[in-house]
Design a protein around this ligand. Structure first.
Ligand code: HEC
Ligand code: HEC
Ligand code: HEC
Ligand code: HEC
Ligand code: HEC
Length: 218
């Protein structure tokens, strides 16, 4: 074959190809790492709130049940946020002068709800309901972590597609009795799979089809 390029040009061509291919692989690896990183999923991040509300104090030390403030969680898709009068059921007597609670008192006086900023938010194209999970014996802790130890709330689990699917493929060992879903300290000495399989029969949980796309994207 005729020599079209000089030998030097050929070498440069090879070096350039190596750099380009190497660069592409590098970009790909960085993209893969970012995809899984806490930066991408928002795991561990906190958010500014109108009042620095502490779950550690209220759900941990004071042992207030999650459902006292997130009343929708058992019966509807959304857990919901507590209305101001829920806070004032205690704070009309407790810490009534605290500067920190001024926005709560103002909200009551002006009859305007506090605007809590969301810490956890799925993209709009994902369908999610709380009630099915809570009724099937999936504890808050499975998806939100040890909320009762959080001074400021953060996202404890990635809540990514693979996170959801991991359980949807095999829910049994992750289920707990329905009445304990809000109990962050619940544990059992019974074998989790054994217990879970019994609960699945009792609650009529049918895992067949739970991984099909239309369950979460409808
Ligand atoms: C005294 C009321 C109260 C109790 C009890 C309570 N919460 Fe909350 N929760 C709030 C308020 C207020 C917010 C909004 C401010 C914030 O993010 O900290 C919130 C936010 C959250 C969020 C973040 C939602 C989002 O997307 O922003 C989760 C998750 C949550 N709570 C779970 C729980 C769990 C689990 C429990 C029980 C262990 C619990 N909460 C107990 C009042 C309460
Ligand atoms: C069942 C009673 C009760 C309810 C309901 C309640 N609190 Fe409290 N809160 C307390 C007590 C008691 C303290 C003092 C905690 C301490 O210092 O150990 C406190 C403390 C606080 C503080 C001071 C900082 C801290 O965490 O120590 C803030 C801010 C606060 N609460 C906000 C709220 C908001 C906002 C709500 C409604 C979403 C709310 N609380 C609902 C009992 C309650
Ligand atoms: C199977 C996983 C899962 C379980 C179990 C779960 N959550 Fe959630 N939670 C989520 C997801 C996902 C979101 C975000 C929903 C969205 O953006 O549409 C969320 C959002 C929330 C929010 C804020 C928005 C709202 O009103 O829905 C609160 C508050 C909350 N969860 C509380 C709880 C409490 C309390 C429990 C236990 C009784 C619980 N969650 C159990 C996954 C879960
Ligand atoms: C720890 C286990 C677990 C995790 C994590 C989990 N799920 Fe589920 N999910 C279940 C169980 C159990 C059911 C109930 C199945 C039944 O009743 O047959 C369910 C049911 C559902 C349903 C209702 C299906 C129907 O037939 O109506 C949707 C939608 C859903 N999950 C979405 C999600 C999404 C989105 C996530 C991630 C953010 C998620 N789930 C995370 C266990 C889990
Ligand atoms: C159990 C719930 C669940 C099922 C089943 C599910 N997805 Fe998802 N999917 C999610 C969640 C949650 C996200 C959002 C992840 C995030 O926030 O980054 C998502 C994101 C996506 C995205 C956006 C790009 C990405 O990867 O983030 C695509 C595309 C997608 N899903 C396709 C599918 C297809 C195709 C199927 C069926 C094979 C499927 N999903 C089944 C929960 C589910």
């Amino acid at each position: 074959m005729a020599q079209i390029f000089s030998r030097a040009a050929d070498t440069w061509f090879r070096v350039a190809m190596l750099v380009i291919v190497g660069g592409l692989i590098g970009v790909f690896i960085v993209a893969m790492l970012l995809e899984r990183s806490d930066y991408q999923t928002g795991r561990g991040w906190t958010v500014d709130q109108p009042v620095p509300f502490s779950h550690q104090h209220h759900a941990g030390a004071l042992q207030i049940d999650c459902r006292y403030c997130h009343a929708g969680v058992e019966r509807s898709a959304r857990a919901g946020f507590p209305p101001t009068h829920t806070c004032m059921s205690c704070h009309s007597q407790l810490w009534t002068q605290a500067e920190m609670l001024a926005p709560v008192r103002r909200s009551l006086e002006e009859d305007r709800p506090l605007r809590w900023n969301r810490v956890i938010k799925l993209p709009d194209y994902v369908y999610f309901q709380h009630d099915v999970h809570v009724q099937s014996g999936v504890g808050c802790v499975s998806c939100h972590g040890q909320v009762d130890t959080m001074p400021l709330l953060h996202k404890a689990e990635p809540l990514s597609m693979s996170f959801c699917l991991e359980c949807h493929r095999d829910p049994a060992p992750r289920l707990q009795p329905r009445e304990t879903v809000a109990d962050m300290a619940w544990h059992t000495d019974e074998d989790r799979r054994h217990l879970g399989e019994r609960l699945m029969r009792e609650y009529r949980v049918d895992p067949a089809g739970l991984t099909s796309c239309s369950v979460c994207h409808r």
